[in-house]
Design a protein around this ligand. Structure first.
Ligand SMILES: NC(=O)c1ccc[n+]([C@@H]2O[C@H](COP(=O)([O-])OP(=O)(O)OC[C@H]3O[C@@H](n4cnc5c(N)ncnc54)[C@H](O)[C@@H]3O)[C@@H](O)[C@H]2O)c1
Length: 376
């Protein structure tokens, strides 16, 4: 098996590459290393996988210093560049694709819509054409719990309606599922979409709540608590996600139309305020809270029904939120000691928090309150 992992400098991609090479699979990682969040974190992940920033040249394959026999190589490329992508596939005999590259983030899509179309729609189509033209055995791609949008029935099942996305990001993920279906139906391309539910853990994305909250607590800065804490998220630990991905990759769908969609979530939605409490218990620090209204494009609850995944793979994510946060905290503390990229990583958290405060309509100071003063 020779696999292309797109989004290899990203959070899930970094972990997936590690797990795949540990299993002995030949992997090429691809990423455009965009600046949606601090690129130093992306370079640090690559460096941890044996890919040095100084060796990266756009469009050129380089080998990891941490694996033998070119088991892991990396290339900086944009999936919207279909000529370069085709060129790569003509040179390398890929059998599988794990497609994780995307413009992520619900809130960012309100300000930057075209980035989502370029990466998530054009880039996705390019990869489907590649699958068709190079007879790829299994195309596994990241979808998202956000496709459930305004769907009110919980827990979310794959058979629920997903016709009411609440953000452009969600709409592009839903579009991916529809596009994949066309290629499975017309050209028998085996495709599996995985709807991830709020993934967190070491090397996590700095724009997501677990990272933002942890950093704020550790630096005694306010946490923005949306919808005044009246939110629930089905937080899913990264190791569980990677285990699930590894089970799915070697097993393409065998239906008439080789097309599948799976929820991959913890199935234990956590109240936002409980989540903050767990972080406080883990860090031994009190959180400062900035209570805010619901963000446009957000949904109040995410909750995965994983029956379909369990039925087909005898697997479901299992790490408790307490265990996951503890592991994340340990990594975070270690990270702070690694001077190479810590400052910028931390600064990125601070920058987002700072910008958030600047954007508040009124003087935010009144809405900050110590956790101890707030009763839930
Ligand atoms: N993390 C989550 O909780 C979560 C939840 C649901 C779905 N997802 C999906 O899972 C996938 C991985 O998410 P992540 O959290 O690792 O995000 P991430 O942003 O850390 O990783 C995505 C990577 O893709 C790269 N990329 C973006 N556009 C590209 C392009 N045009 N060409 C090449 N590379 C490009 C980025 O540079 C980044 O390194 C994404 O598709 C995301 O939408 C993630």
């Amino acid at each position: 098996m020779k696999i292309l992992v797109t989004g290899a400098a990203g959070f899930i991609g970094y972990h997936a590459v590690n797990a795949l090479t540990e299993e002995g699979f030949q992997v090429i990682g691809l990423d455009n290393i965009n600046a949606y969040y601090d690129v130093n974190l992306k370079y640090a992940r690559l460096s941890d996988a044996g890919i040095s920033k100084n060796d990266i040249k756009h469009g050129e394959l380089i080998s990891s210093t941490k694996t033998k026999n070119n088991l892991y190589r990396f290339i900086q490329l944009d999936i919207a560049d279909r000529v370069a992508l085709t060129d790569l596939f003509e040179k390398e005999n890929f059998t599988h694709i794990l497609h994780l590259a995307a413009q992520a983030g619900v809130r960012y899509s309100i300000e930057n819509p075209y980035t989502y179309i370029d990466s998530n729609v054009v880039g996705f189509e390019n990869l489907l054409e590649i699958c068709r033209n190079f007879s790829i055995k299994h195309f596994v791609y990241a979808s998202s719990s956000s496709v459930y949008g305004l769907n009110a029935s919980i827990p979310y099942k794959e058979t629920d309606m997903t016709e009411s996305p609440a953000s452009l990001y969600a709409a592009t993920k839903k579009a991916n599922e529809l596009m994949a279906h066309v290629y499975s139906h017309l050209f028998s391309v085996p495709t599996t979409g995985i709807r991830f539910f709020t993934v967190y853990g070491p090397w996590g994305r700095p724009d997501m709540a677990p990272s933002l909250f942890m950093n704020a607590i550790m630096n005694e800065q306010p946490i923005r608590v949306f919808n005044h804490g009246n939110m629930q998220r089905d937080f899913t630990f990264i190791d569980d996600i990677v285990k699930g991905i590894l089970k799915i990759i070697p097993s393409p769908p065998s239906n008439n139309i080789p097309y599948e969609i799976y929820n991959m979530g913890n199935s234990h939605p956590v109240e936002l305020m409980d989540f903050i409490q767990i972080m406080e218990n883990t860090t031994g620090k009190k959180a400062l809270l900035s209570m805010e209204d619901m963000q446009p494009g957000d949904v109040r609850i995410t909750y995965a029904d994983t029956t379909h995944l369990e039925h087909d793979f005898d697997y479901k994510p299992f790490t408790s939120i307490e265990t996951g946060i503890q592991k994340y905290y340990e990594w975070f503390v270690k990270l702070k000691k690694q001077q190479k990229f810590t400052t910028k990583y931390i600064n990125e958290f601070d920058r987002i928090t700072y910008l958030a405060l600047c954007h508040q309509k009124n003087d935010g100071s009144e809405s900050f309150r110590k956790r101890s003063e707030h009763h839930f």
